[in-house]
Write a protein that binds this ligand. Structure first.
Ligand code: FMN
Length: 397
């Protein structure tokens, strides 16, 4: 199948799986421990039914959304992902340019493989920066000053990764921000010649251009892995977040919130938004699915904070369900990484166009003209822990 023929995100996932060595695909796909939360993120969407209103007389759809003062053509940003250069050369630029091509946003990760300055210069769209509070405050300050100097207005601080998740696929594969040359890894690479030729032989080990200045000269992925193991800052706290608030004048978002109580603390700390996220099931296995956590967070903090959500979004209908349950917008993780791994910028753009078309179609089918028209009356949720309950809509509980 060619990229242009991919009809769904799942089609792109199949292409990505074919092109990537198993070890690399496992890094993209995997979650922590038993991957219960990884699966729960997806099944939560299946428990939510869409409730159509017919004959509303709207013949046009408008997907635009304003998030923290910035306008997007659709309520979607590509979320931060580190080490994307292992999937495609110049991956961060490919992701950012594809996002700009459809008017979506892009969030550059701290351990991206392309410096924020290079991404900003190559991309005409809206870029946000995601900070991992690794190392010392001087490091955080340096990174956010660089981001600000590139025109980034919105900063996301990820707070669910103060220790590394136990990703057992990566442990078995001996993959930790680095590939070790075991016989299995070598065979895996040799049997995926398209990946080997475009990524590994052409570019070699991806470097970490945002943080390379904090690492010893010539540092590669292995050095980064050691740095993050030793300097992850497990003790990072609300007072550290308050310090970042003092040093960042633009909108500030905390990513990795799952409870109304923590959302309220975030609001008290002066942040402007939260991403309801469990890191795509890659950190705390057993944590609640994000779609299940969303309504309580939105109910508690929706007036004070811009609430975004990520985790398991693979369909336009997932985006609409998230908005109906209180999100103002969504972040994508694997959905656009599948596109990236399948075909670089063209693959990412295909993923975004698929999702945009699906969102538009769903809006039409539920009788909405705009994203702002979508509300809680457009969903029914099976299960006790939800806004409204009704069984019998294909729930998998
Ligand atoms: C390969 C990969 C790398 C990631 N790297 C980061 C990162 O550097 N910073 C971050 O905040 N989240 C990171 N995440 C989490 C994503 O931003 C997002 O929360 C998650 O992927 C959403 O779930 P989904 O993949 O099911 O859409 C990463 C996720 C993946 C799959």
């Amino acid at each position: 199948m060619r990229i242009a023929d991919a009809a769904s995100i799942e089609d792109l996932a199949r292409l990505a799986r074919k092109r990537l060595p198993r070890i690399v695909f496992d890094y993209l796909e995997g979650g922590s421990e038993d991957e219960v939360t990884l699966r729960a993120n997806r099944t939560a969407f299946a428990r939510v039914c869409l409730v159509p209103e017919v004959l509303t007389g709207h013949s046009r759809r408008d997907l635009r959304a304003t998030l923290l003062g910035q306008q997007f053509a659709l309520p979607v940003l590509i979320g931060p992902t580190g080490l994307s250069g292992i999937f495609w050369p110049d991956a961060d630029v490919a992701l950012a340019r594809a996002a700009a091509s459809v008017g979506a946003g892009f969030v550059l990760s701290t351990p991206a493989n392309t410096a924020i300055e290079r991404v900003a210069a190559a991309c005409p769209g809206t870029i946000w920066f995601q900070l991992y509070p690794w190392g010392e405050r001087a490091h955080w300050l340096r990174l956010i000053e660089r981001a600000g100097a590139c025109g980034v207005r919105t900063l996301i601080v990820t707070v669910d990764s103060l220790v590394a998740g136990k990703r057992e696929r990566d442990l078995r594969n001996r993959f930790a921000h680095e590939v070790r040359y075991t016989p299995r890894a070598i065979w895996d690479g040799l049997t995926h010649p398209r990946w080997l030729a475009t990524v590994w032989l052409r570019r070699g080990v991806p470097h970490f251009e945002n943080i390379s200045e904090f690492l010893p000269p010539g540092a590669d992925a292995r050095t980064l892995a050691e740095f993050t193991r030793a300097r992850r800052n497990a003790g990072f706290s609300w007072s550290d977040l308050g310090w970042i608030r003092e040093h960042w004048s633009g909108p500030l978002i905390v990513k990795g919130i799952l409870t109304a109580a923590d959302a309220a603390r975030a609001a008290d700390a002066g942040v402007n938004g939260v991403v309801v996220s469990n890191h795509g099931g890659r950190q705390l296995d057993g944590a609640q699915a994000t779609l299940d956590a969303l309504p309580a967070v939105a109910a508690k903090a929706g007036h004070a904070l811009t609430v975004l959500v990520d985790g398991g979004i693979r369909r336009g209908s997932d985006v609409v369900k998230a908005i109906a349950l209180g999100a103002r917008g969504v972040l994508l993780g694997r959905a656009t990484l599948y596109g990236l791994a399948a075909g670089g910028e063209a693959g990412v753009a295909r993923a975004l166009v698929i999702l945009r078309d699906e969102i538009e179609r769903v809006l039409a089918l539920i009788g909405c003209a705009t994203i702002a028209d979508v509300s809680a009356r457009h969903v029914e949720v099976a299960g006790a822990h939800t806004l409204r309950t009704r069984t019998g809509c294909g729930a998998d509980e």
